[in-house]
Design a protein around this ligand. Structure first.
Ligand SMILES: CC(C)(COP(=O)(O)OP(=O)(O)OC[C@H]1O[C@@H](n2cnc3c(N)ncnc32)[C@H](O)[C@@H]1OP(=O)(O)O)[C@@H](O)C(=O)NCCC(=O)NCCS
Length: 150
């Protein structure tokens, strides 16, 4: 397991959809399904069609053959980047890895970044420089709030 002390030395992988190997794509979908569908007991279509868009990048930290933490960034147009699917494998949580991947994406983008935070995670995203930018809404039954970083 990675430790918070190692955050500054983390080697994130950044890949467009067409650059992913079949094994890497399998690991991404395996982790996202494990957490967002099974752990969160939420029946929804995780493969929403945006993974393969030309402006989408998949970011992750490998842990052996698996993925420790992952997020994707989408091009929402007008210079706005959208972060989503932020997830850490249950065995790697609490080590600062999700914070590191959010910072990693933010460090590479000078414009506005938007994300929809699960509402209980708003304080955590605030600690990473994001502010609430709209009213709470339900997405597949889970309360979310829009947040932005300028
Ligand atoms: C949220 C998540 C990505 C955090 O991953 P992580 O690598 O453990 O995050 P970090 O170590 O960088 O930060 C941990 C912090 O996340 C916050 N956090 C994590 N889960 C939380 C929860 N269920 N409720 C409130 N805060 C939570 C806490 O502030 C925690 O701080 P602590 O370490 O002082 O307790 C991870 O718990 C996860 O995959 N959850 C399920 C998927 C999810 O909800 N993704 C977010 C979509 S908006």
């Amino acid at each position: 397991m990675c430790t918070a002390d190692a955050r500054s030395e983390l080697d994130f992988v950044d890949r467009r959809f067409g650059e992913l190997t079949v094994d890497q794509l399998h690991e991404i979908y395996w982790l996202r399904s494990l957490v967002f569908v099974v752990e969160q007991a939420c029946i929804y279509n995780d493969v929403d069609g945006r993974d393969a868009e030309p402006g989408t990048t998949h970011h992750w930290l490998p842990a052996g053959e698996r993925i420790a933490t992952y997020a994707r960034s989408l091009d929402d147009g007008d210079g706005v980047l959208r972060i989503g699917r932020v997830v850490t494998h249950p065995e790697h949580r609490g080590a600062g890895l999700a914070a590191a991947v959010v910072r990693h994406i933010g460090d590479a983008h000078t414009g506005t970044i938007m994300l929809d935070a699960q509402s209980h995670l708003v304080p955590w995203y605030e600690s990473l420089g994001y502010v609430v930018a709209g009213a709470e809404f339900l997405d597949d039954g889970i309360p979310h709030k829009p947040m932005r970083r300028n």
